[in-house]
Ligand binder design. Structure first.
Ligand code: BGC
Length: 788
């Protein structure tokens, strides 16, 4: 053992304490100093997450992960948890007996259907408070990708087929969360519109579609709410992984849009860690040892410059500094569950879309006894499956319970039969127990059709029949063509029930508790009313009953076109609607894949075998997604974008319209012309003049929602947008071009129901040049159905 003299020991102690006190401790004022004090290893550590928070040793089990802490420099972790529908974390922890319950909110699709930025803000506020109350920092939400196809498995975690609606609702939600001091992570950036082969699929599209649709949603959200962070997506676009594409993250996002937050990868996305950091994708989540090694090697051999490393380190530190944890927030570990449940019930109801109401059968009148049909009536779908939601909120208010809450009676003999049928089906299909998170199965039990004998009895005992149809989906897999169409059993159920009740002079109502559009054409004429509930959250049954009984007048509008059949939309022809799902592709998302997966993939890559719609997807519909197609090409739909009935009627009058320099305005007076109080959504569409490129028949530029108007009452809404929002993207000049000419400003109740139009003239063409980046690597042909 080495012996030190007393003087030597004192000298060493002084040195140690000097070194310790010399360590800068991170504050907002000394970020540069802290970066200067960091070792290369520490910097690299900071750019890689700490793994998924799944084990028992973690602070918040069941959350998505955290950023690296470096105690020596006073750098704390930022704790990340999934949303958007629920703050995703385990209900229990091994080391205590407490339960950690968080609210299951309405799906993003519902929020968009409200067409109400204030509603989105309120929901954001609630979940933002939950994030803070449970000690977390950042919610990995919202998802804002466009609904390019009705079958994308994650559509219920997304808002709309329209970028303005999606961007603005996202902005409301983000502003709500960030008002609570909690952070957001806008995702999945970008052009991530299918789940099949989600880790490798290459989206190939025109620069016009990219700019006008698939980036526009993000651009609006970024500019109107400044999210703390953005998550790049799993897929490739124009050949490159989005997390490795400097044009996407630096040129467009930061340079053109002026945003300066933190970019993180999706969980285990991309391949090349060094390329990610070079691209300005600052953090790799949840982090893998191979990524750490690659970054360290590149830092050492100089192929990754310290300047770029420091750039991402700085962004990470600035992000962490905003969080609750480093600021020592003392969290309560409980939240206002009651208050949030009230909000969920209200917003769940307000976001429902009334698709049909023949003879004003709704709200239910003089009804006491209700016969509930359809397995979903007894097995409701509150939210998406996957990390964003997962059907494991505190509770789900069942339909039967809600009928009782409304002071009515549900036919319990039917309830008993259905429950038995569902249990039998589940046992047959899921002998190990039905999973809450399934990526392959639709999870609904096959339908049951009552016998003639049972039906006679039901009709005698009940005043009305309500049939609920359900569809679930979630991340990791797309829906298949067959999930869009009604099954024979579903059609037979509706036909049989409708015939029996109608014969007795009684009414039939269909409730759609679905993750996205399904076929309705074969049944629409057989029933009296159709209410689309989407996935309204934990108060499911109550929200539905509030609308059916008229406690809430429905004011939701479709955030997507409800097409007649799958195949009607041009994008359907470039979508993996029939692809047999390969489990290994999903596993790769989480583990980087088994050796067998990796070998298979490598072989396909070596042989350069590419499967259409799986390895790559051609966006041959270009900008003609949703109503931009159906409207322009005048094709029939079941229900148009923006459609939704009310229990009252509204009159529209354009008060004024103007183009004032950079701003446009359409002022609309809305009057409740019916007999029931209600809220109206006013949609402002613009038809641009024909210039050098083709234009869609109309495009949504703004929307507004009235307060609840009493019969006879009016409200004037001023809808505004930027003049350059009416420009189209010209690929030849890489510029936004606002053609001179006459613009039609339409005040509409849906994309197919224009109530009043004003015209305004743009005297001189205006252009705004942007970088000529992200061009497709191949020519993207136009799909045949786009030829007029
Ligand atoms: C999802 C993201 C999510 C992340 C972390 C990924 O599989 O695509 O949306 O935030 O996991 O759980």
């Amino acid at each position: 053992m080495k012996h030190y003299t007393r003087t030597q020991t004192l000298a060493t102690m002084a040195l140690v304490s000097f070194t310790l006190s010399a360590q800068p401790q991170l504050t907002a004022d000394n970020v540069s100093e802290v970066i200067a004090a960091m070792t290369t290893e520490e910097k690299i550590d900071l750019l890689i997450g700490c793994g998924m928070a799944m084990g028992e040793e973690v602070k918040f089990p069941g959350t998505a992960g955290r950023t690296r802490d470096i105690p020596r420099l006073g750098i704390e972790s930022a704790y990340l948890a999934d949303g958007p529908h629920r703050l995703h974390m385990n209900r229990t922890r091994d080391w205590d007996s407490k339960t950690y319950i968080t609210t299951e909110l309405p799906s993003e699709t519902n929020v968009a259907a409200s067409f109400d930025m204030d509603a989105a803000y309120l929901l954001g506020q609630a979940i933002g408070a939950e994030v803070r109350d449970f000690g977390l920092d950042v919610l990995l939400a919202p998802g804002v990708n466009l609904m390019r196809s009705a079958l994308c498995g994650r559509n219920n975690e997304y808002y709309s087929e329209d970028p303005v609606l999606a961007g603005k609702i996202a902005a409301g939600y983000i502003n709500g969360i960030q008002s609570q001091g909690s952070g957001t992570c806008l995702k999945h950036f970008a052009i991530n519109n299918q789940e099949t082969n989600r880790n490798n699929n290459d989206s190939r599209l025109s620069q016009r579609a990219l700019r006008e649709l698939y980036l526009k949603n993000f651009e609006i959200a970024v500019k109107e709410s400044n999210p703390w962070s953005i998550m790049t997506s799993y897929n490739r676009a124009q050949g490159l992984y989005t997390c490795e594409n400097v044009d996407l993250t630096e040129t467009i996002l930061r340079d053109e849009w002026g945003w300066d937050g933190l970019v993180m990868s999706d969980w285990n996305a991309g391949k090349d860690a060094v390329a990610s950091i070079k691209a300005g994708n600052d953090m790799l989540q949840p982090g893998q040892p191979r990524q750490r090694e690659a970054l360290l090697n590149a830092a050492k051999d100089g192929s990754l410059s310290m300047e770029l490393i420091d750039r991402s380190v700085r962004r990470t530190l600035e992000f962490v500094l905003k969080c609750h944890t480093p600021n020592g927030y003392k969290y309560a570990n409980e939240t206002d569950l009651k208050g949030h449940a009230k909000l969920v019930r209200q917003l769940g109801a307000e976001s429902m879309v009334l698709l049909k109401n023949e003879g004003a059968v709704l709200p239910l009148n003089k009804v006491n006894n209700i016969a509930l049909y359809g397995c979903t009536s007894y097995d409701m779908v509150p939210a998406a499956m996957g990390f964003g939601g997962t059907n494991v909120g505190p509770y789900i208010v069942s339909f039967v319970e809600a009928v009782r809450n409304a002071g009515m009676k549900a036919d319990m003999s039917l309830a008993k039969t259905y429950k038995q049928h569902i249990a039998d089906e589940n046992k047959k299909n899921y002998p190990e127990g039905r999973p809450v998170f399934s990526i392959t199965a639709p999870l609904r039990a096959g339908e049951w059709v009552p016998t003639a004998e049972a039906l006679t009895e039901n009709v005698k005992n009940n005043d009305v029949a309500i049939i609920t149809l359900g569809r679930t989906s979630g991340e990791g897999a797309d829906r298949k063509r067959e999930h869009f169409f009604l099954t024979d059993l579903e059609k037979s159920l509706i036909h049989t029930v409708a015939e029996a009740y109608h014969k007795a002079g009684k009414k039939v109502v269909v409730v759609l508790n679905v993750c996205g559009p399904i076929e309705t054409a074969p049944i629409a004429n057989e029933v009296d009313a159709i209410l689309c509930a989407f996935e309204p959250g934990q108060e499911c049954g109550n929200s539905v009953m509030d609308v059916l009984t008229g406690k809430v007048n429905p004011s939701g509008r479709l955030p997507m076109t409800w097409q007649v059949a799958f195949g009607d939309a041009p994008a359907d022809h470039n979508f993996p609607a029939d692809y047999e799902f390969d489990m290994s592709a999903f596993r790769r998302a989480f583990s980087g894949g088994s050796a067998k997966d990796a070998a298979e993939r490598a072989q396909r890559e070596a042989e350069k075998v590419e499967v259409k719609d799986v390895d790559y997807t051609l966006y041959e519909e270009d900008i003609y997604v949703g109503y931009r197609y159906f409207d322009t090409y005048q094709r029939p739909v079941s229900y148009p974008f923006g459609f939704g009935l009310s229990y009252t009627t509204f009159g529209y009058e354009i008060v004024s319209s103007a183009i004032n320099g950079d701003e446009c305005q359409l002022v609309v007076k809305v009057t409740n012309t019916g007999k029931t109080a209600g809220r109206e959504v006013v949609q402002a569409y613009v038809k641009a003049p024909k210039g050098s490129i083709d234009k869609p028949a109309k495009e949504l530029k703004a929307f507004g929602k009235t307060r609840e108007l009493k019969p006879g009452e009016s409200q004037t809404l001023a809808l505004t947008w930027k003049t350059m929002d009416m420009a189209s993207f010209n690929e030849k000049t890489s510029a936004w071009v606002l053609d001179k000419g006459v613009y039609q400003f339409m005040a509409a109740a849906s994309s197919a129901d224009v109530r009043a139009t004003a015209t305004r003239r743009v005297a001189k063409t205006r252009t705004e040049k942007v970088h000529n980046v992200m061009a497709p690597q191949q020519k993207i042909a136009r799909i045949a159905m786009l030829k007029k």
